[in-house]
Design a protein around this ligand. Sequence first.
Ligand code: ZN
Length: 133
Amino acid sequence: MYQKPLPQPDAGTRPFWEAARAHRLCIPKCRACGQFHFYPRALCPHCRSADLDWVDVSGRGRVHTFTIARRPAGPAFKEDVPYIVALIDLEEGPRMMSNIVTGDVEGVRIGDPVKVRFEDVSAEISLPKFIPA
Ligand SMILES: [Zn+2]
């Protein structure tokens, strides 16, 4: 049984989580201005249009910044330390918070290329994480 906190999909995020379950990274794209954004919102943060679509993206990006967690965020994370919490700049533009999964946390650098990898953690939820590319 998975002991860590799980996302609670709602109307605004369900397409993201359903795609993740199928191991696709799918994020909002504005039909009015053509730009992607993340996290999901009711209005495009670039032009305020409500004419949004969900579009699969490459899953490739670069490390914007990161930290190495050496103390667990709670008892459920105790086995994971040290682990990396990172901001990833997706190829398509948006910045996403996730983990970089690697056996070499000391080897990660800002600007490193990464790619998405999904972890199936429950019957409904797969979490998008990143690995060095
Ligand atoms: Zn827009």
